[in-house]
Design a protein around this ligand. Structure first.
Ligand code: NAI
Length: 322
């Protein structure tokens, strides 16, 4: 039995993944009606797959019937694993973990889907911190294969390996990561945004030109600014700030004032219709400066910083070699 706390973008996706692997899932959200709505949304999106002939109606019905909405933490009493996916605020997560311990059995594993907080500090809220671990899924959870498995300092030996096997059974690609700021992906990817923001700040190129260079010359699927608009500038800014603070304000992780202004103005990206780009219907696409030398300079600067960060990650062995 798997429990999921928080039925937002991540929690609803994780519940779907667990149910799809055949588990009974209990889903809880503090906001009334949110968990039930999430199940409805999941069902609606899976029904689209039925229309396309990619899933049978029976499978969709069976999957959704395995997800039970509960209205209090006590509903998690029989769970073997609980994955928390609530807001990215340490105190909130700590309170939840501490409250859960009073409800669940001593063998129940408590996992956090945090993207940037210290799993060790979440575990510290528990009287039995050996059972706490990070299980970091990516958005959207049903589609993205990677899961970072992050043992805390207190996590008991063997639990990371057990979680890794479980994630493989869920058809995911797990990687064990050290509990260091941003883990692997959110640390190694930071310069993709940071260096691009610097290029714009320094007046070397505008956003559309940076995006086009990274896509067309750099071979990335999305440019950094369109990607930040997709993730949500609030989320991206919070992760940047958290990683920077946790690295004792190391300048290489420093957030950008451009990013801060975007958040202050409510231009959060696609979800608000406006971010670095305008997503309204009649919006005019900004012009891209076509200058081959400039594009090369942009790609080299960003790639150099990404490689530097990846090398640092390897040096400190933040990922198991696989
Ligand atoms: P979200 O804002 O979509 O959903 C959070 C949900 O938690 C909301 O439905 C809210 O009502 C509920 N909630 C808040 N406090 C609660 C409490 N005390 N008890 C129960 N439910 C509570 O957030 P999202 O994007 O799903 O993120 C959740 C977690 O996953 C965060 O820790 C985030 O850093 C992490 N994450 C987010 C990714 C993303 O791309 N959005 C990717 C990977 C991890």
């Amino acid at each position: 039995i798997v429990g999921v706390i928080g039925a937002g973008a991540m929690g609803s996706g994780i519940a779907q993944v667990a149910a799809s692997a055949g588990h009974s899932v209990f889903l809880f959200d503090a906001k009334e009606g949110a968990a039930a709505n999430a199940v409805k949304k999941t069902e609606a999106s899976l029904n689209k797959l039925v229309e396309k002939g990619k899933m049978s109606l029976e499978d969709v019905t069976a999957l959704c019937s395995r997800i039970t909405v509960i209205d209090s933490l006590s509903g998690f009493a029989s769970a073997d694993l609980i994955i928390e996916a609530v807001v990215e605020i340490l105190e909130v997560k700590k309170e939840i973990f501490s409250a859960l311990e009073k409800v669940v059995s001593t063998s129940c594993v408590l996992a956090s889907n945090t993207s940037s907080l210290s799993v060790t500090s979440v575990a510290a809220a528990c009287t039995n911190p050996e059972r706490v671990i990070g299980l970091h899924f990516f958005n959207p959870a049903p589609l993205m294969p990677l899961v970072e498995v992050i043992p805390a300092l207190q996590t008991k030996d063997g639990l990371a390996e057990d979680c890794k096997s479980l994630m493989q059974a869920w058809k995911k690609v797990p990687v064990i990561a050290k509990d260091t700021p941003g883990f692997i992906v959110n640390r190694v990817a930071r310069p993709y945004y940071g260096e691009s923001l610097k290029i714009v700040e320094e007046g070397i190129a505008d956003m559309a030109t940076v995006d086009a260079a990274m896509r067309e010359k750099g071979g990335f699927k999305m440019g950094p600014f369109e990607l930040m608009d997709l993730i949500g500038n609030d989320i991206n800014y919070t992760v940047t700030e958290t990683v920077w603070k946790q690295f004792y304000f190391d300048a290489r992780f420093r957030p950008s004032l451009i990013q801060k202004k975007m958040v202050e103005s409510g231009r959060l990206g696609r979800k608000t219709g406006m971010g670095y780009y305008d997503y309204s219907e009649n919006a005019v696409k900004p012009e891209v400066k076509s200058d081959d030398d400039l594009s090369s300079e942009i790609v080299i600067r960003v790639l150099a910083m990404l490689i530097n960060e990846a090398a640092d990650a390897l040096y400190y062995k933040i990922a198991t070699a696989e």
